[in-house]
Write a protein that binds this ligand. Structure first.
Ligand SMILES: [Zn+2]
Ligand SMILES: [Zn+2]
Length: 337
């Protein structure tokens, strides 16, 4: 049998599969790239050939233009493909639209690269699917026991309650442009919020893409003030990229309530530093319990941790009798949270 290290190995360009002649989520341009999802730290432009789900390819084309790679090929979920001497297949990761785990298999050894993933139900993407494997490669963004994300609906109701209490103020929700913004909108609609939702210009293309992919987001309007008066936005809900809080753009809304939807909002200090009045702990990554539950469910012989709080998760695996090691991979910034 093949040793896992012969099948996939971390290198300066990212995870490399020498038998297949490809990299997974490479951080530098390579000849053949398999991409787990569209966040900028995983999906970069300038590769030769890109293999990814149809949704991820569309997201890359939207963000980087049609010439993001020399060539591209669609990976269908669950379909095995032969590349060189290995078999690969893509499986839903539950992280953002089109996000996939990538299973790589040769000579009786199977490794699953989970990319970024979460276990919570998300109306805007397919749910995570556990895939049996010898080695499970996981991230550990929230890999510390302090990270226990509350139920999403608790956080959504916090936002709705604040809007009822301050009908004269605009609520500005900072949410990353790919995935988080659409998930927040989708969850608000599920909770019965049917008024128009205003979106910052930076979210327009991706929201449209989600809608074209069949994810209904309800009535969205541009959050531009040129045509109206400040008071037009009293009681309005505005979704914007987190960076927009600091822009002049944000100061034009009536007495805005700054909200930020992120797993990092568990840390009060972070919320304070960013001037967030209403922190919403909504993450597109697993919390500590979900990381552990996922490893227990998949029960791999070995766990490799790519980035995040690697040491704590590796230690937990060792105590549970699972071989584990950190890969210390650089270049993954967790844009999505
Ligand atoms: Zn990431
Ligand atoms: Zn991501």
């Amino acid at each position: 049998m093949l040793r896992p290290e012969q099948l996939l190995a971390p290198g300066p360009d990212g995870l490399c599969c020498p038998l297949g002649g490809f990299h997974i989520d490479p951080v530098r341009p390579v000849a053949k790239a398999l991409i787990t999802h569209g966040h900028a730290d995983h999906a970069r432009s300038g590769h030769g050939e890109v293999l990814a789900t149809a949704e991820t390819l569309r997201i890359m084309a939207t963000r980087y233009g049609e010439t993001f790679a020399k060539g591209s090929q669609v990976a269908k979920m669950g379909e095995a493909m032969r590349i060189g001497d290995v078999t690969v297949s893509f499986h839903p990761a539950g992280h953002v639209l089109g996000s996939a785990q990538i299973a790589v298999e040769a000579k009786g050894c199977r490794i699953v690269v989970s990319g970024d993933y979460k276990r919570r139900r998300d109306p805007t993407c397919l749910p995570f699917e556990p895939v049996a494997c010898d080695v499970f490669i996981t991230e550990a963004t929230f890999g510390l026991p302090v990270f226990r994300h509350p139920d999403d609906s608790v956080e959504i109701h916090k936002l709705l309650k604040s809007m009822r209490e301050f009908p004269e103020r605009a609520h500005l929700v900072g949410a990353y442009a790919l995935g988080k913004a659409q998930r927040i909108i989708g969850r608000l609609r599920e909770e019965g919020y049917d008024a128009p939702i205003y979106i910052h210009g930076a979210l327009e293309k991706l929201c449209r893409l989600y809608e074209e992919e069949g994810i209904a987001l309800g009535e969205l309007r541009p959050a531009t003030l040129e045509t109206g008066r400040k008071t037009d936005f009293a009681g309005a809900l505005v979704i914007c990229p987190p960076s927009a809080f600091a822009d002049r753009w944000a100061r034009r809304f009536p007495d805005p309530v700054a909200c930020f939807a992120s797993g990092w909002m568990t840390i009060r200090q972070r919320a304070k530093q960013r001037g967030v009045e209403l922190p919403l702990i909504i993450s597109d990554h697993c919390d500590w319990d979900e990381l552990i539950e996922t490893i227990e469910e998949i029960a791999p012989a070995e766990v490799w941790v790519t980035h995040g709080r690697e040491e704590a998760l590796v230690r937990w695996c060792e105590l549970a009798g699972i071989r584990a090691k950190p890969l210390h991979m650089v270049g993954y910034e967790d844009e999505g949270d």
